[in-house]
Design a protein around this ligand. Structure first.
Ligand code: FES
Length: 637
């Protein structure tokens, strides 16, 4: 029997079909509950409190007796047995107001794009206004031939023009509607020109395109004026697919083993439609005037965007269905922009090095520079590129979800309520923290974790192995239910009314994550015969990189011990690359060359990677000589 569920604090009531979990019912109503594992009952992040009514709850061992007595249940393991009133506690809410990186240095980027376009944007399609001669008894060729003849006069050879049935069906009406004046939208592919659309009158202006970053966690859209090349406006939101699993692997599992491919595709397409419509409404423009879309995302996100089965991405030998996707009409994917619009996807290199990384290389311009550069994008996967204008090597290391909140008791993404900075007094071991949104803390995000572990290490709260020293003589260090832990914030100061701690297993997960990323850098450099000292520039991309404290990241051994001037934060290079490709034919060619030229290394089978990884499971590293700055800091403290 269907049951009604009322969610608080959202005050929304939904009717859940028979056997639907509370997590799914919430998602269907647009209420986002944290679900790191995608509803498999592994992560314990989807805790809710059943205030009224009863549920059938599958036991997972993740809830204590006290939790159960207080009505706490996992939303993904709970099926309503009656009408329910459900409270979503702060720690389980996915709240807006987080830090979604929408890109940086927009002014500079616009100038660079304008330069590569040599003053004239070169979108994927061209719009040509035509005044057709009126037909008469002497000039009585068909409507289609009349259009082709006029295009031939404009330099598009008649034999190379293709027109499809949908256009032929409407062309008779369109030509007569505005006295034989029409605008043809043309898509040149090699030496063939396809007529994508024919509209009555002069519709060459205004014209817009959209660049879209399809991130695992967030979506960013730029709407761009295709004549000036300027970004009209931008919007961002969380990728609603997160409720089906936070990381790539849980999304693939959801798409394949749980039959959720269609659902995942619809969720992302609808979200992108929503963002474009929001910008259109704000700027008073017609979404119909948006006729080109460029998307950039990791290989899995692109597969899901197009509704392509991603299952082989996670099975050895990790083969994606496609790295280069053909140009496609937007309406085929359910995008509500111009019906005859086209979509271009930034090309991928391999299953775990996607279009977001080729975008990043395009935006960083590494492929044009002689200096040896390291490009990194830190997320659940750490993607790395080493190279210069002559060669580029790339790899991805499965870093694990710790920096995005997974596998860390009070871990969360960088959104309101997340501790993002931590300082520990070396004399008293007291902690001070900064919280995103200046609200009471409810958890800790990646940059906060790096700060906390670095401070705990420098002050001696933890040792090189990440083990907590229980003899510090401060009440902040204690034995908790998961073993030794450090209290970052006391219950009275938090938004959840509970102490926020960093436990020894949390630290272990953080060390493993940083170890995998560092080992990735080291292995890739070694394979090409270089060391860290040879690296002249380190470009850090991705939203997480924006809030990273380089010195603290070096302290824990996440980043190599290089002078801080060599590090440069680029912001969201995925959206930057999509924007560049939207505007410039040359840059589209460049990014396709980048994807073809990059040599991909599979680290998961590399013996050398495993050795490097084991060496990196210490703070900052087994080889402390590689981190002289950290050694100096430890001596000072
Ligand atoms: S335990 Fe419910 S989503 Fe992970």
């Amino acid at each position: 029997m269907p049951h009604k569920i009322t969610f608080f604090p959202n005050r929304k009531t939904v009717t859940a079909p028979d056997n639907q979990t509370v997590l799914k019912a919430a998602g269907g109503a647009g209420i986002h509950i944290n679900a790191t594992c995608g509803g498999k009952g592994n992560c314990g992040k989807c805790r809710v409190v059943i205030k009224e009514g009863a549920v059938k709850h599958k036991e997972t061992g993740l809830l204590s007796e006290k939790d159960m007595a207080e009505g706490v249940r996992l939303a993904c393991m709970s099926i309503p047995a009656s009408d329910l009133t459900v409270e979503i506690p702060l720690g389980s809410q996915m709240r807006r107001g987080g830090k979604i990186a929408t890109g940086s240095k927009l002014g500079e980027l616009q100038k660079m794009v304008a330069k590569t376009c040599e003053g004239e944007p070169r979108p994927l399609t061209r719009k040509v206004f035509l005044k057709l001669p009126h037909p008469n008894l002497d000039d009585n060729i068909s409507d289609v031939e009349r259009l082709k003849r006029e295009l031939d006069r404009r330099g598009y050879p008649i034999d190379n023009i293709h027109i499809n049935l949908a256009i032929i069906r409407k062309i008779g009406r369109v030509m007569r509607e505005k006295d034989w004046m029409v605008t043809a939208t043309l898509l040149p592919v090699g030496n063939v020109v396809e007529i994508m659309d024919v509209q009555p009158g002069d519709t060459t202006k205004p014209r817009y395109g959209a660049a879209v970053d399809v991130g695992t966690t967030s979506l960013v859209v730029y709407v761009v004026d295709m004549f000036t090349g300027k970004v009209v406006d931008m919007e961002s939101t969380y990728n609603p697919q997160v409720r089906c699993g936070e990381d790539i692997i849980s999304r693939i599992v959801y798409a394949t083993e749980m039959g959720g491919l269609d659902e995942l595709q619809k969720l992302v397409i609808e979200a992108v439609n929503g963002l474009i419509e929001k910008i259109a409404a704000r700027k008073g423009l017609d979404p119909e005037a948006v006729d080109t879309l460029v998307i950039s995302g990791n290989t899995t996100m692109v597969h899901l965007f197009y509704g392509i089965d991603p299952s082989h991405i996670r099975e050895e030998p990790y083969i994606p269905t496609a790295t280069f996707l053909p140009l496609m009409r937007t309406h085929a994917l359910g995008l509500r922009i111009n019906d005859f619009g086209v979509i271009y996807a930034m090309p991928s290199v391999a299953s775990y090095v996607g279009g977001d990384i080729t975008s990043g290389i395009l935006a960083s311009r590494i492929y044009k520079k002689h200096e040896l550069s390291l490009f990194i994008d830190i997320g659940t996967n750490g993607e790395i590129v080493v190279g210069n204008s002559d060669w580029m090597v790339t790899a991805a290391c499965s870093a694990g979800p710790a920096f995005e909140g997974g596998g860390v008791k009070y871990g969360m993404r960088a959104m309101d309520g997340a501790i993002e900075k931590v300082a520990i007094d070396p004399a008293t071991f007291e902690a001070k923290s900064a919280v995103i949104g200046n609200v009471q803390p409810i958890g800790i995000c990646g940059s906060g974790m790096i700060d906390a572990v670095a401070e705990m290490f420098l002050t001696g709260v933890i040792d090189q192995r990440g083990k907590i020293n229980l003899d510090c003589g401060t009440p902040r260090v204690r034995s908790g239910e998961d073993g030794p832990e450090y209290v970052l914030a006391w219950a009275a100061e938090t938004g959840t009314g509970k102490d926020i701690t960093l436990t020894e297993p949390d630290i272990d997960n953080i060390v493993r994550t940083k170890g995998a990323i560092y080992a990735g850098f080291a292995t890739l450099l070694k394979e090409v015969g270089f060391g860290f000292a040879d690296v002249e520039k380190v470009y850090i991309a991705g939203g997480f990189g924006n809030y990273l404290d380089v010195e603290r990241a070096i302290t824990i051994g996440l980043l190599p011990d290089l002078p801080v001037e060599r590090f440069e934060f680029l912001g969201n290079t995925s959206i930057m690359g999509a924007y560049m490709a939207l505007m410039s034919k040359n840059l589209r060619k460049d990014v396709e060359d980048i994807a073809r030229r990059m040599t991909y290394m599979e680290l998961s089978v590399s013996r050398s990677f495993m050795d490097e990884y084991v060496s990196a499971l210490f703070l900052p590293h087994t080889n402390s000589d590689a981190f002289p700055t950290v050694e100096r800091m430890r001596k000072v403290l």
